[in-house]
Design a protein around this ligand. Structure first.
Ligand code: HEM
Length: 488
């Protein structure tokens, strides 16, 4: 009744709920994409729901994506939302624990470290890590077997990312102390911590201890590398060790350490979820896995030489697997911003008041029939030109010049009005996109060289999604049947 009597006509409609503080927290939390879809059908593209007492306004579709992700810095703020969660895990003075202008400089340092030359050196590193992982893992002994693929992909992701981005010394420490420490850090990176960051949660003590210990490991490594007078390395840590802020201050060692944690956490959850989805999708479509193998034979030669960075560009289906998997399984389903002053929504009568949180959900348009014919079908071939299921309104970077803008970390596309934005847009856009693509494509290419996958029951089913952690991922156990190509 309250909602009907006191509704402000300039505010978006509020999703019906029975209890004031809880509002729609439970239905949203259980299955966010379904919650968006159902309420969009009832209320339109822009609506408000109550998330733990907070008025949260969702605006879906390409216009909504643009409105939120390209919001002006005086209108929207990311750090206000994320800092309670990220600062205890990453550490002080980086990412959301500093002014946005400093984050932009930090992103710039990281982005410019990711050169073509660096990428060229990463492909063999990642290839070797994948091959050696499968060779030494007891779960892949013998000719065939069944494995819960998610923990395997999580390990492959951390070994490949740490080796390429942080150097061999750090990578080797993952076989010793770092794996457990990152596990403790992870425990502090959950939705519970978002809600109860003020509470003395028992696992937060371990999180704080892990943060200090990991940061010290990085700082000691930095010191040792400096003392050795190392030159010419291609990892991001090395690059940050030689970076200077615009005000002339060199990036301090504790900030480099904290950025290393932030990078690994940002990349780990999203890439390992995506690589698990890829393997599960391939198990549900062994015909596509075979096509991928044949694509390598045809385009790289029958002997399958060691993979290079240049080779990845010759494997369009391999690339499309990543694109199509991110379309249906983007690990970040909700991107949030605090509203800092009333924001009129162009073309509508709505004004979003400054006590609201804005929520962008690019996954909604990525699975909308209006842009992707048969949206629920995982079909990597749809990314081929002129395919009958080809998307509409998704820009092809080869075809037209697009307007670009620089928020301080290099040029990015100006318009976020796209239905397909798995890496976000605007000033908080991902800087890891190219690395993630390279890492995932290399992992796929090496895996199809070694294995044939299928579902344990031989069907084409895919498992459901776990939304209980911050990054969505497959429900576990996500078992697949594997078989080696080479007889051993
Ligand atoms: C930001 C997705 C991999 C580093 C983002 C955002 C998205 C995203 C959606 C925007 C968040 C927001 O606007 O609040 C992904 C996906 C990945 C991936 C889907 C893999 C499949 C990586 C990797 C790295 C990385 C590998 C590091 C090498 C970052 C950083 C930001 C970011 C530093 C900026 C945060 C900000 O400015 O607020 N990513 N990411 N990401 N990502 Fe990624």
């Amino acid at each position: 009744l309250n909602q009907v009597l006191f509704k402000n006509p300039n505010e978006p409609p509020v999703v019906f709920h029975w209890f004031p503080f809880i509002g729609s927290t439970i239905t949203y939390g259980m299955d966010p994409p379904r919650f968006f879809k159902e309420n969009r059908a009832k209320y339109g593209d822009c609506f408000t729901f109550i998330l733990l007492g907070k008025k949260t306004t969702v605006y879906v579709g390409p216009k909504g994506n643009d409105f939120i992700l390209n919001g002006k810095i005086r209108d929207v703020c990311a750090e206000e939302i994320y800092t309670v969660l990220t600062t205890p895990v990453f550490g002080k003075d980086v990412v959301y624990d500093c002014p946005n202008s400093k984050l932009m400089e930090q992103k710039k340092f990281m982005k410019i470290a990711l050169t073509t030359e660096a990428f060229r050196s990463y492909v063999p590193i990642i290839s070797d890590e994948v091959k050696s992982y499968f060779k030494r893992s007891p779960d892949f002994k013998g000719q065939s077997g069944i494995v819960n693929i998610c923990p395997k992909m999580a390990q492959i992701t951390i070994f490949t990312a740490s080796h390429a981005l942080q150097g061999k010394e750090i990578r080797d420490k993952f076989d010793e102390t770092l794996a457990d420490l990152y596990h403790d850090l992870d425990m502090g990176f959950t939705p519970i911590n978002f809600m109860l960051h003020w509470a003395p949660l028992p696992w937060n003590k371990r999180r704080d201890h892990a943060q200090r210990t990991v940061a010290k490991i990085y700082m000691d490594t930095i010191k040792a590398r400096r003392e050795r007078g190392e030159t010419g390395a291609q990892d991001i840590m090395y690059h940050l060790m030689n970076s200077t802020y615009k005000n002339g201050v060199r990036v301090p060692d504790h900030e480099i350490a904290h950025m290393m944690i932030a990078l690994l956490m940002a990349g780990q959850h999203s890439s390992s979820s995506t690589s698990s989805w890829i393997m599960l999708r391939l198990a549900s479509r062994p015909d596509i896995m075979e096509e991928l193998y044949q694509e390598q034979i045809k385009n790289l030669g029958p002997d399958l030489p060691p993979l290079t960075y240049e080779d990845l560009a010759k494997l369009p289906l391999n690339q499309a697997i990543v694109k199509e998997t991110l379309r249906l399984h983007a690990p970040i389903h909700s991107i949030m911003r605090a509203v800092k002053q009333p924001m009129p929504v162009p073309g509508t009568k709505y004004v979003i008041p400054n006590n609201h949180v804005l929520l962008a959900a690019p996954g909604v348009s990525a699975s909308d029939e209006q842009y992707f014919p048969q949206p629920d079908l995982w079909e990597p071939h749809r990314w081929e030109k002129d395919h009958p299921l080809a998307p509409s309104m998704v820009r092809n970077p080869d075809e037209e010049e697009e307007e670009k803008v620089d928020y301080g970390y290099g040029l990015v596309s100006k318009g976020a009005a796209s239905p397909y934005l798995p890496f976000g847009a605007g000033r908080h856009r991902c800087i890891g996109e190219n690395f993630a693509n390279l890492q995932l494509q290399t992992i796929i290419a090496e895996t199809v060289r070694m294995f044939k996958f299928r579902n344990v029951d031989g069907s084409d089913k895919v498992i459901g999604t776990d939304y209980a952690s911050l990054f969505s991922r497959p429900l576990e156990p996500a078992n697949i049947y594997w078989e080696k190509r080479d007889k051993q």
